[in-house]
Design a protein around this ligand. Sequence first.
Ligand SMILES: *Cc1c(COP(=O)(O)O)cnc(C)c1O
Length: 394
Amino acid sequence: MEEKKIMAQAESHILHTYNRYPVVFDHGQGVYLYDTEGRKYLDFAAGIAVQALGYGDEEYNQALKLQVDKLLHTSNLYYNQPTMEAAGKICAASGLDRVFFTNSGTEAIEGALKTAKKYAYEKDNCTDHEIIAMNHSFHGRSLGALAVTGNAHYREPFEPLPGIVKFADYNDLDSVKALVNDKTCAIIMETIQGEGGIYPATQEFLCGVKEICEKRDILLILDEIQCGMGRTGEMFAWQGYDVKPDIMTCAKALGCGVPVGAFVMTEKVAEASLKPGDHGTTYGGNPFVGAAVSKVFELFEKRGLTEHVREIGAYLEEQLELLQAEYDCITARRGKGLMQGLELAIPVGEVSKRALEQGLVVITAGSNVLRFVPPLVIEKEHVDEMIGILKKIL
Ligand SMILES: *Cc1c(COP(=O)(O)O)cnc(C)c1O
């Protein structure tokens, strides 16, 4: 009854901002989680697209243990080796030039927005610049990140929010064009919308937006917090479009379980935006998370994870489409690689709840989408196991 006790503790002391599923996870191994009662779960959520390497990875864990004993934290007033190495790996993988480490995705968004504002301010000394964001987007819960999140339900109670933000429709280039003017300093979007319901950008849309940005010296900010880090079969989803952002944001799988994010930019933007004193963080990019990020990039490369995702992602996609053909309640499949969504005509929360009862962790996105963001190390047999459980429920 350990489980009931822990849940009761949570209900009396934790701020009630989540309706949690009635399960207490205790440990994980590979792509499976185990609860305090010893039940086993196949994990197709990965802690919301975080645990790309799955659980209990020997090499990753060992690197962290070594760093714990060596040095956890020093502040950013000094240099440290693991984090400097990690920054180099992010730049090498992205072709971008400068990294600022944060503790979360939300903070990465804040930093990206500040960078865009400062870049525009440096040009004309004005502070009335506008940002274009997308409807149904999700960028985080701080006031700045919320200001560019295209979900009225999340935003309304906290308005007025900072900045002048206008919302366009995702994958509708004309709706973006209609909002662009001389005051526009940035266009921000997810390369694949996650929380909004797994909507990949179309090639025409992303290219079209990039073209507008280039023509008018507007900064393109691509939020890769969920879709980045190999999830689509490219290290960063935008690499599959041949469109390079001026700034990208990372978090979630960047540290594979330790709280770390980053905003990353081109040299051109870096030179003309944030200067010493303009931005800072106490924890951000400390040696501990630096060691994690550095090891994550090393393991991704050593194990050929992006190639693995292309192979397994194609298989997952195929199996989800077969499922769709079999069940009328599945109205659409969308996604790329190991970031997939099934749109359902039945209550999606109920499906997710019943899946958990059957030993499958799968989460929702938007109001009617079942979201599949498993550890990137899953194999075909795990896809088959997941499909088998889903069939029982549907
Ligand atoms: C999760 C997420 C965020 C926010 O990241 P946190 O680490 O929760 O602050 C921002 N953008 C996208 C696309 C996300 O999926």
